[in-house]
Design a protein around this ligand. Structure first.
Ligand SMILES: Nc1ncnc2c1ncn2[C@@H]1O[C@H](COP(=O)(O)OP(=O)(O)OP(=O)(O)O)[C@@H](O)[C@H]1O
Ligand SMILES: [Mg+2]
Length: 142
């Protein structure tokens, strides 16, 4: 992010707010379509931003998603305040989830979000502090 950024926007995400869940990633998709970004790139960004957004809704108290487009890449930074992740290696494993039964009943909690973000991203960095929150830095090349 910085001077070369051609577009930038920040979205607030509220933990437990399932009515608005997914709105930031839908908006991002619209913006990228308007800019004329390649559809395969949009698809990857949409998956990554949606999964990151949902993790804040499901597991954190609140968060911010910063989205920026540069001529070379699309950056997504998601920082939340919440419980944090105790074991990141475990959280990155396909099928690992701590989602409770009521969340699974809503169709979440397959334990595929983080691995899918990583798969779709050209840069993926995650850091977390238990009791404080989690930070995800994602970049997808255009
Ligand atoms: N922002 C976050 N804050 C706290 N814990 C998180 C956060 N994101 C992920 N986790 C932890 O990492 C686990 C794995 O996350 P992941 O997104 O891969 O799966 P999931 O959200 O449980 O299920 P799915 O994404 O398939 O619906 C979660 O179950 C949760 O324990
Ligand atoms: Mg998830």
């Amino acid at each position: 992010m910085g001077a070369e950024s051609v577009f930038q926007q920040e979205f607030m995400i509220l933990g437990g707010d399932f009515n608005n869940a997914g709105k930031a990633s839908s908006r991002i998709k619209e913006i990228l379509k308007k800019i004329g970004v390649d559809s395969s790139v949009i698809r990857r960004v949409a998956i990554a931003s949606y999964e990151a957004e949902m993790n804040v809704v499901v597991f954190a108290r609140r968060g911010a998603l910063k989205f920026s487009v540069t001529p070379k890449q699309i950056d997504i930074l998601v920082e939340d305040e919440g419980q944090g992740i105790e074991n990141i290696d475990l959280a990155m494993q396909e099928g690992y989830s701590t989602a409770p039964a009521e969340i699974r009943e809503m169709g979440f909690g397959a334990g595929m979000g983080l691995p899918n973000i990583k798969k779709n991203a050209d840069k993926f960095e995650i850091s977390s502090t238990v009791g404080k929150g989690t930070k995800l830095e994602i970049a997808i090349n255009t």
